[in-house]
Design a protein around this ligand. Structure first.
Ligand code: BES
Ligand code: MN
Ligand code: MN
Length: 461
C-alpha cells in the first residue's frame, strides 16, 4: 500500500477541499424544505464516485431520498467489500448556538483537535466519514493497489430511519451481494486510543399526546379544578423511572440479555476519565441506572429519554393559560435481545394504563431499529484491528456503542452479511448538536487506515 499512501499524502489538500464542498450542501433529510439540497448531495456523491473510478454509478430514486450506488469489480475470485454510509444530516438548529454557519465549513482548533477540526453539520456524521472511503478507494485504484472488489451504497435517509433503504436491500439482494459490509459512522475512544465498535443499541421512538379540556382555558378561572395536560404528562414521564433510575414499564427488561461479570469487567477496563467527561459536558455529576458504570449505561443498558416536550404558551412574556394539550417525543435505546415493536407496544399499554381519567392520551410510533452485537473472532474484525494497529501504532479496543444504525441488523437479516464498524469520530465531536466538528487528524487517519483494511481482509478472507 506504499503507492496508495504516497498518493494520499500528495492529494491531501484536494481531499479536504472536496469534503468542504460537500459540507456546503444542506442535506437535511428530516425537513421537506431541503429536498432539493438532499438530491443535490446525492448527485455530488455520484459524480465523485465516477471521478474516483467506480463503475455503474447510479442515483437510485426511492419513495424518499435517493440512494447512491457504485461498484468496482476487478476479479470474481476476490472478496467483495460493500461500503455503507449516509450523506444526509440532522437539522442544524438551534442555529444561534453555532459559532459559524452549519453549512459554511471552517477549520478551527480545539483542545482535542490541536491540528484543527472541520466545523459543519455532517462533518463527523457522516459526510466526513463516508467520504474517507471514496478517497481511499480513489487512492488504491489510481495506485494500482486495489486488492479486491468494492461496492458503495450511500443513502440519504439514515437520520430518518432508513425505511426506503430496507426496501432497496430486499429488492437488490443480488446486486448488493458481498462478503462484508464496512461502515465508518461511529467513533474511537481518543485520537491516541483507537477502538472498534462491536455493538449498537436499538431504538423505539414514540410521540405522545395528552388532551385535557376541549380548549385552552383561563388558568385562574379554571386552574385547580381541571386537569392540566402538561402537569399530568410531566408526572407520567417522571413516574417511568424509579429512584434507582430503573424504567418502570412492566416487562421492559424482560428480554434484556444480562452481560456476565467477566465481560463487564473487560468493558470497564477501557480508558475512561469521569473528570474529563464531566468537564466536557459542563455537568457536576453523572446520573444513571444504579449498579452500572457510565460505560455500561451507554452500551449494555436500555434507556428512556424525552427528546422534546411542548404545549401551552412558550412565547414572550407571561400568558395565563391552562392548555388543552401537551406533547412529548420519547426515545428508548434498546439492547440485545429487546425487540423494538414489542417495547413500543409495552410503552403504549403502560402509558394508557397510568393516564388518569381526567385526560385522554394517544401514542404514535415512529421509526425503530434492532440492536446489534458483532463478533470479534472474524476475518473482518481482524482486518480492521490490524489496519488500525498499523496506522495508530496500537491495538484497538473493542467497545459497544450507544447510538443506533438500524440498517446494520437488516444487513445481516436480508443479505446475510456481517458489518464491521470502523469509525473515526470522537464522542465529543458534537454530532447532532451545534458546532459539530471532525478532526483533520481523524479524516486523514481514516483515509490512511481503510486501504490496510482492504489489504488485510483480502488476505485473511
Ligand atoms: N452515526 C450515528 C449513530 C452512532 C453515533 C452510533 C455514534 C454510534 C456512535 C447515526 O447517524 C445516528 O445518529 N443514528 C440515529 C438513529 C436513527 C434511527 C435516527 C441515532 O442513533 O439516534
Ligand atoms: Mn451517522
Ligand atoms: Mn446521526
Amino acid at each position: 500500500m506504499q503507492k496508495t499512501q504516497a498518493y494520499i499524502q500528495a492529494n491531501k489538500q484536494r481531499f479536504l477541499d472536496e469534503l468542504l464542498d460537500m459540507l456546503r450542501i444542506a442535506s437535511i433529510s428530516a425537513d421537506p424544505k431541503y429536498k432539493e439540497e438532499v438530491s443535490r448531495n446525492a448527485d455530488f456523491v455520484a459524480e465523485k464516485l465516477r471521478q474516483a473510478g467506480a463503475d455503474k454509478v447510479e442515483v437510485v430514486p426511492t419513495a424518499g431520498h435517493p440512494i447512491v450506488y457504485g461498484e468496482k469489480l476487478i476479479d470474481p475470485t476476490k472478496p467483495t467489500v460493500l461500503v455503507y454510509g449516509h450523506y444526509d444530516v440532522q437539522p442544524a438548529d438551534p442555529l444561534d448556538l453555532w459559532t459559524s454557519g452549519p453549512f459554511d465549513p471552517v477549520i478551527k482548533t480545539t483542545d482535542l483537535h490541536p491540528d484543527g477540526a472541520i466545523f459543519a453539520r455532517g462533518s463527523a456524521d457522516d459526510k466526513g466519514q463516508f467520504y474517507m472511503h471514496l478517497k481511499a478507494f480513489e487512492a488504491m485504484l489510481a495506485s494500482g493497489e486495489l486488492p479486491c472488489n468494492v461496492k458503495f451504497m450511500i443513502e440519504g435517509e439514515e437520520e430518518v430511519g432508513s425505511v426506503n433503504l430496507g426496501t432497496f436491500l430486499k429488492a437488490n439482494k443480488e446486486r448488493l451481494g458481498c462478503d462484508v459490509i464496512l461502515v465508518s459512522d461511529t467513533g474511537i475512544i481518543a485520537n491516541d486510543t483507537p477502538s472498534i465498535t462491536i455493538g449498537l443499541r436499538g431504538l423505539s421512538y414514540v410521540e405522545v399526546a395528552v388532551t385535557g379540556p376541549n380548549r385552552d382555558l383561563h388558568s385562574g378561572v379554571y386552574g385547580g379544578a381541571v386537569a392540566n395536560p402538561i402537569n399530568i404528562l410531566s408526572k407520567m414521564i417522571a413516574s417511568m423511572q424509579d429512584e434507582n433510575n430503573h424504567i418502570t414499564i412492566p416487562g421492559f427488561y424482560a428480554d434484556v440479555l444480562e452481560v456476565d461479570t467477566q465481560e463487564r469487567s473487560a468493558m470497564n477496563e477501557a480508558p475512561f476519565s469521569e473528570k474529563a467527561y464531566l468537564n466536557d459536558l459542563g455537568i457536576a455529576s453523572i446520573h444513571g441506572e444504579a449498579g452500572f458504570t457510565t460505560l455500561e449505561r451507554t452500551s449494555i443498558r436500555p434507556t428512556l429519554d424525552v427528546n422534546g416536550i411542548w404545549g401551552g404558551y412558550t412565547g414572550e412574556g407571561a400568558k395565563t393559560v391552562l392548555p388543552s394539550k401537551a406533547f412529548a417525543k420519547i426515545s428508548m435505546r434498546l439492547v440485545p435481545n429487546q425487540d423494538p415493536d414489542k417495547i413500543t407496544e409495552l410503552f403504549a399499554r403502560h402509558f394508557k394504563a397510568i393516564a388518569p381519567p381526567s385526560v385522554q392520551v394517544e401514542v404514535h410510533a415512529h421509526h425503530g431499529g434492532l440492536p446489534v452485537v458483532t463478533p470479534t473472532d472474524t476475518p473482518e474484525y481482524q482486518a480492521a484491528a490490524e489496519a488500525m494497529k498499523t496506522t495508530f501504532g496500537k491495538d484497538p479496543i473493542p467497545q459497544r456503542g450507544g447510538g443506533s444504525i438500524p440498517i446494520v441488523a437488516l444487513f445481516e437479516q436480508v443479505l446475510g452479511v456481517k458489518t464491521v464498524l470502523m469509525g473515526f469520530g470522537l464522542d465529543s465531536d458534537s454530532i447532532h448538536s451545534p458546532n459539530e466538528h471532525y478532526g483533520l487528524f481523524n479524516y486523514y487517519k481514516g483515509i490512511e487506515t481503510i486501504p490496510y483494511f482492504f489489504q488485510n481482509y483480502t488476505k485473511l478472507k
